[in-house]
Ligand binder design. Structure first.
Ligand code: PEP
Ligand code: MN
Length: 358
């Protein structure tokens, strides 16, 4: 439920509500929504709901209490109608600009990373990607350079000024990855690794959460809720394809998830056409499609010599193909900008009615 304070509520009244919530064994998360402070009440509420609504509604400074039936609260549009904008170095994600995260699947050497970093930066990428710890389907495949890869990534940031993103696979790696990287990536295979989620919830770095290849949108948002409720509000969602019966493509890119997520949540949404398709020549049309349906940006794999890549050779773009992708993507983004309008939301501060489930 959300407690909507009156527009003139004092600090003391806001504190009073929060301490009542804490006294019930629940956690308050507040957010300013226009003239109102809205406090989300999260925790195990169960059958106490009607009694708690009555109790909180009578506290000084409270305008009303709005129940919410969605299982995700802090990540919901109702709680936070404005888009979340994530700022890292000079990049802003979710502010209406086009985010392009580009770089190799795996960091293979200093030269390979630097050559790619400089080329993608010159072509307009806004974030550099590169895997140091690699979740490989086969235990015999290249597993990444580990900490050495993280060091190259940090050096590439110094050279290009681009913020860097890399995957963290286990709780024991969170601190070291957070030391070198600007954005932590949770991979599809780890989307429901709850100890990892709690740990990335405690670091002061944005987290990009890739959709589990068998996860529904609601399961994915519940995982985002884990991270936000652990104390890290800077979560980016990445649609990277789900597993279906189709075998021509590596996964099936769920483009409907993009506008759906913009409707359900305030978090930025990125599309990854590389892992979604597994085929180089499908990356460009689907990146264009992702931006056309309103994604905040794309993540694509780029390698100076893709055929010799140590991982995901078939899906990485070469440097020319990346330049050609950028030339196509920028006008599409300019064209669709503003076209999608505001997502349809019920504003927590202005909607007196309860919220429908879907
Ligand atoms: C990646 O982006 O490096 C990666 C392994 O992606 P995913 O987790 O989506 O397979
Ligand atoms: Mn890859």
């Amino acid at each position: 439920m959300f407690v909507v304070m009156t527009s003139g509520a004092t600090e003391a009244e806001i504190l009073g509500v929060k301490s009542r919530i804490l006294a019930e064994g629940l956690t308050p998360f507040d957010h300013e929504d226009g003239a109102h402070v809205v406090i989300a009440v999260v925790g195990e509420i169960g059958e106490r709901k009607p009694a708690l609504i009555d109790q909180f509604a009578t506290l000084p400074g409270v305008e009303r209490v709005t129940p919410i039936t969605r299982p995700f609260k802090l990540t919901s549009r109702e709680f936070h109608p404005d888009d979340t904008v994530i700022r890292v170095l000079d990049a802003a994600i979710g502010d209406g600009s086009l985010t392009v995260m580009a770089g190799p699947c795996s960091i293979e050497s200093r030269d390979q990373l630097f050559e790619t970093a400089e080329a993608v930066k010159a072509a307009g990428a806004t974030v550099l990607r590169g895997g140091a710890f690699k979740p490989r389907t086969s235990p015999y495949a290249f597993q990444g350079l580990g900490v050495e890869g993280l060091r190259y990534l940090a050096e590439a940031r110094e050279r290009t000024g681009l913020p860097v993103i890399t995957e963290v696979m286990e709780p024991s790696q969170v601190d070291i990855v957070a030391e070198y990287a600007d954005i932590l990536q949770i991979g599809t295979r780890n989307m429901q690794n709850y100890s990892l989620l709690r740990d990335v919830g405690r670091v002061a770095r944005p987290v990009m959460l890739k959709r589990g290849y068998g996860a529904t949108v609601e399961e994915w948002l519940m995982v985002g809720e884990y991270i936000v409720s652990s104390g890290n509000p800077n979560v980016i969602l990445c649609e990277r394809g789900i597993r279906t019966f189709e075998t021509y493509t590596r996964n099936t890119l769920d483009l409907a998830a993009v506008p759906l997520l913009h409707h359900l949540t305030h978090l930025p949404v990125i599309v990854d056409p590389s892992h979604a398709t597994g085929k180089r020549w499908l990356v460009k049309p689907l990146a264009i499609g992702g931006v056309a349906v309103g994604a905040d940006g794309v993540m694509v794999e780029v390698h100076p010599d893709p055929d010799r890549a140590l991982s995901d050779a078939e899906q990485q773009l070469d440097l020319d193909q990346f330049r050609s992708l950028m030339a196509a993507l920028v006008p599409v983004h300019d064209r669709v900008r503003g076209m999608h309008g505001d997502p349809v939301v019920e504003n927590a501060a202005s909607s007196a009615a309860g919220l429908a489930k879907h």
